[in-house]
Design a protein around this ligand. Structure first.
Ligand SMILES: Cc1cc2nc3c(=O)[nH]c(=O)nc-3n(C[C@H](O)[C@H](O)[C@H](O)COP(=O)(O)OP(=O)(O)OC[C@H]3O[C@@H](n4cnc5c(N)ncnc54)[C@H](O)[C@@H]3O)c2cc1C
Ligand code: FES
Length: 385
């Protein structure tokens, strides 16, 4: 946030005075009381009770929910961050992460754009039942998928697939609306023209702003479409952006897109440190992931024993977290994709599956803790919450 904007925030002068006094006289200003903590709570709220002010139809399978905060100002966020939405659907208390698609300069609302997922619990509920005037509970903004001027270049190559456009859209809107000195290439892959979200707005922004380049790529184009077709290959990326030097890459989309695009970027010689990728939800068809034991069928039933007493029926292809929630046991979650560590549980006995590359702290691994959102029971297991 710009220094002038910070200085204009309500309570700024009081906080500066409080810090000055604390520095001079050694007063403890870290406690719950006091203006500093109130200010921190405003910047990093744990929970916000939002109202849906508008529902915007984006594509046949996608809607944007515009959320306003009737209780006060919204916290600031970085373009690319997400919120965790807490909700009860079919008597299951659960949560899902949704990227904020609006720009940080739109301080009056957060836009969450949601695509229907076949048989998905929350996306179908949101698209079919949530209307303007309804309330939704979200966390404060989370995540590290955003441009950091210390680490990243000012030329960004944004690779989006389907609904993975949402955090990238916030970055594009941020750059245009705030007049940032950045050059953006947005390469946006979709199956068909009907799947493209924000297409008109993106075309208009690219026409008006020389520093924004928008390149849609369609797998199955309609007759008359004249743009790029096929997949986002290394060759296509190179044709568009030229040299890879001085460019940072942000990628967001379905798992299949990472499986395809990451090796393509490697072929181009893009170093790993130049690539930021967003985990966009829990793995789908987990039994197709490398290392899943062939002998274990996706719908194999087993028992999860919780804290030595509660015995829950589980299926191998559902994460431990999903089984807990289906049985009314709610534990803290934010990302639901193995990143934030909030949903840790301890495995006391029994074999589990975790997809390759799942990040677990060394000490957690040592003491048997796993991220329950990306851990699957391969046989009867005992866990401690
Ligand atoms: C950081 C982040 C940002 C995100 N941003 C967005 C966004 O901006 N917009 C957006 O639309 N989404 C976003 N997502 C994805 C979102 O969080 C949800 O994962 C998505 O909406 C699907 O949730 P759901 O409840 O509808 O599906 P779920 O019920 O979670 O199911 C997901 C899929 O798994 C399948 N499945 C579920 N249970 C089983 C089972 N037992 N066996 C086999 N298959 C099963 C379902 O059929 C479905 O296809 C984001 C995710 C992350 C992590
Ligand atoms: S909820 Fe973040 S790691 Fe599981």
């Amino acid at each position: 946030m710009k220094q002038e904007a910070i200085e204009q925030m309500e309570g700024y002068a009081d906080i500066v005075r409080e810090i000055d006094i604390a520095v001079k006289y050694g007063e403890d200003f870290s406690g719950e009381k006091g203006t500093v903590q109130q200010f921190i709570n405003r910047l990093h709220p744990k929970r916000l009770n939002m109202t849906v002010s508008e529902v915007i139809e984006e594509t046949p399978s996608t809607k944007t929910f515009r959320l306003v905060n009737p209780e006060g100002p919204l916290p600031p966020f970085q373009a690319g961050q997400y919120v965790s939405l807490s909700i009860e659907v079919d008597s299951i208390k659960t949560s899902r992460a949704y990227s904020i698609a609006s720009a940080p300069s739109e301080t009056g609302y957060f836009d969450l754009t949601v695509r229907r997922m076949e048989k998905g619990l929350v996306s179908n509920h949101l698209l079919d039942h949530v209307r303007a005037g309804d309330s939704l509970i979200i966390s404060g903004p989370q995540g590290t998928f955003h441009h950091n001027p210390i680490i990243h270049d000012d030329t960004l190559v944004l690779l989006g697939g389907g609904c993975g456009i949402t955090p990238l859209m916030s970055m594009v809107r941020d750059t245009i609306q705030s007049g940032l000195q950045r050059t953006l290439y947005l390469i946006y892959g979709n199956r068909s023209g009907d799947d493209m979200i924000y297409h008109k707005e993106l075309v208009q922004m690219a026409e008006k702003h020389a520093n924004f380049n928008y390149i849609p790529v369609l797998e199955q184009p309609d007759a008359g479409y004249q743009g790029k077709t096929g997949y986002i290959t290394g060759e296509l990326i190179k044709d568009i952006i030229g040299d890879i030097e001085g460019k940072s890459f942000f990628i967001c989309g379905p798992q299949a897109m990472y499986n395809f695009c990451l090796p393509e970027l490697k072929k181009l010689g893009v170093p790993k440190r130049k690539i930021r990728k967003e985990m966009f939800g829990t793995p789908i068809n987990i039994w197709e992931y490398p290392g899943w034991p062939e002998a274990v069928k996706p719908h194999q039933v087993c028992t999860i024993t919780v804290n030595g007493e509660n015995k829950l029926e589980a299926v191998a292809s559902e994460s431990i977290l999903v089984t807990l929630e289906k049985n009314g046991l709610v534990i803290p979650t934010i990302c639901r994709s193995g990143e934030c560590s909030l949903c840790r549980v301890k495995i006391m006995s029994g074999k589990v599956y975790q997809p390759q590359g799942t990040l677990v702290r060394k000490s957690d691994r040592h003491f048997g803790y796993v991220h329950s959102c990306v851990t699957y029971p391969l046989e009867d297991v005992d866990i401690l919450l």
